[in-house]
Design a binder for this molecule. Structure first.
Ligand code: SF4
Length: 478
């Protein structure tokens, strides 16, 4: 276990990929953030995603400390960590001084040496949780670390090979090898790659999804969907036994790896700087919220939510219902689980969509818990509202948003204003409660005294995806 160190005067910002299709993609990033928040190491802990809300562009707005540690919850360095994140957050290097704050850009989670410990932990846990044991893994078991493998970026492949080498050096397993889905050594060849009687496979991915739940199991010869069929370990094949774990990024130990990345950053870059940086900020967002409650009359409103005195949150359509008939949500984690799916069980990538589930009530014990709950319900909206009250909310017109897009999304620069308005009519107007502030889809700003407005200062990634889809058709995988 890596020891926690106090960074009480700083914020942690954990960045994940997220998905507009798969509800499991962002879950580990939220879970690790919640675990680190529980430990009280940082003054604030926030998350942001490339494909979900809050997005990278809004990420820093949420953090109010003068020092912010940014940790990419990515498996390796590459396009996202070297280009997208620095560009979207306006970072200039490992340390960025901007707008009176210091932003510390740490290495991606997957690069930290303690990932080896996480892998060993995951491998031993998957066996411990099964019906059978491996009495002497150092004599009979092979651990396969499985990655994607691609000719475009071999960084993640390189890391997997390095991890395999580190596990081999530990001597805890008779063998350990890197295997890949799309290039040699292929995971589908596991039967011939090792002679060990016991085989453990750990997918080296940051979250579970199509690859870990479906593709790798099929390549291994396991049932089609591990998620739906709840694979019972071990799987028997002739004289051999195969244990299959879920993605390494879902391992609880990753919270320690994230903290270790911050610690490593401090050791490398901040030996003297931290001594002079120790002033804790007062939260302007929380101050705004407190002032709003003092100066306006309840019940207060935000999106589909009603806030009653005592910080009780419920769906506006449940206001007339007997509170005893509503399911009481006990924790922020339960609230996060509840809001990720709509009434029919479909994923809600767009949190401001008017499809929040009904039938529940959540009592926030204090103002800071209320702030966290509202951040879950409507990511970064309190920060946007707070900046807008001070006339400091940056607004980005569509052409700037389009110009910023690279790779597969660069094509959206070709879309014209008429097509943007059409997209807005189809996706924003019926599907999102936010008020658009960006050209050419600007809406008149309406202020209601006891309502916190949901503001859209720039086209979100969901709309950018829809713009791409309009030109290229839809993708199954992101
Ligand atoms: S661009 Fe449209 S869908 Fe996206 S957040 Fe803004 S209003 Fe909502």
């Amino acid at each position: 276990m890596i020891a926690d160190m106090p960074v009480h005067d700083a914020a942690l910002l954990l960045l994940g990929h997220g998905s507009t299709l798969n509800a499991d993609s962002s879950a580990p990033t939220y879970q690790h953030a919640e675990e680190i928040r529980r430990r009280g190491i940082f003054a604030e802990v926030h998350v942001a995603f490339w494909k979900e809300e809050p997005n990278f562009r809004q990420a820093l707005r949420q953090a109010e400390q003068r020092e912010v540690y940014v940790v990419p919850n990515f498996i390796s360095s590459g396009y996202f960590t070297e280009q997208i994140i620095p560009r979207e957050l306006g970072l200039t290097g490992a340390v960025t001084h901007r707008d009176g704050r210091d932003i510390y850009y740490c290495e991606p989670v997957g690069l930290h040496p303690s990932m080896t410990e996480a892998l060993l932990h995951r491998a031993s846990q998957v066996v411990a949780a099964s019906r059978e044991t491996i009495p002497q893994p150092s004599k009979t078991a092979c651990l396969f670390i499985c990655g994607h493998g691609t000719s475009l970026n071999d960084n993640s492949t390189k890391i997997i090979h390095e991890q395999a080498e580190a596990v081999r050096a530990s001597g805890l397993y008779a063998d350990c090898q890197a295997v890949l889905m799309e290039q040699s050594p292929f995971v589908k060849d596991w039967r011939t790659l090792t002679n060990c009687a016991d085989v453990i496979v750990v997918p080296f991915f940051i979250s579970d999804g199509l690859h870990s739940f479906e593709n790798i199991p099929v390549l291994l010869g396991l049932p089609n969907s591990v998620k739906e069929q709840q694979l019972a370990n071990p799987h028997h094949e002739k004289e051999r036994r195969l244990w299959y774990a879920t993605a390494i990024g879902t391992e609880a130990f990753i919270a320690d790896v994230i903290i270790a990345q911050v610690k490593q950053f401090q050791a490398k870059h901040l030996k003297s700087a931290r001594e002079k940086n120790s002033s804790r900020q007062v939260s302007a967002i929380r101050e705004n919220l407190a002032q709003f409650f003092r100066e306006t009359s309840p019940p207060w409103k935000i999106g589909e939510i009603i806030i009653r005195p005592g910080f009780e949150l419920l769906h506006r359509d449940d206001l007339g219902n007997d509170p005893a008939s509503l399911r009481r949500i006990r924790s922020l984690e339960d609230l996060r689980e509840l809001i990720r799916l709509d009434q029919k069980g479909n994923f809600r990538p767009l949190r401001a969509a008017p499809n929040l589930r009904r039938g529940w009530i959540y009592h926030a014990p204090d103002l800071s818990s209320l702030q966290l709950a509202l951040d879950y319900l409507y990511p970064a909206e309190l920060a946007n509202w707070s900046l807008s009250r001070r006339q400091q909310l940056p607004i980005t017109p569509w052409n700037e948003t389009a110009e910023r897009q690279t790779g597969r999304f660069g094509i959206v620069r070709e879309i014209d204003e008429a097509a943007i308005r059409e997209l807005v009519t189809h996706h924003c107007q019926p599907g999102c409660l936010k008020q658009r502030l960006w050209h050419p889809a600007i809406q008149p700003f309406q202020t209601v005294s006891n309502k916190i407005p949901l503001l859209c200062p720039e086209a979100c990634n969901f709309l950018v995806s829809k713009a791409r889809e309009k030109l290229k058709g839809s993708d199954r995988e992101e």
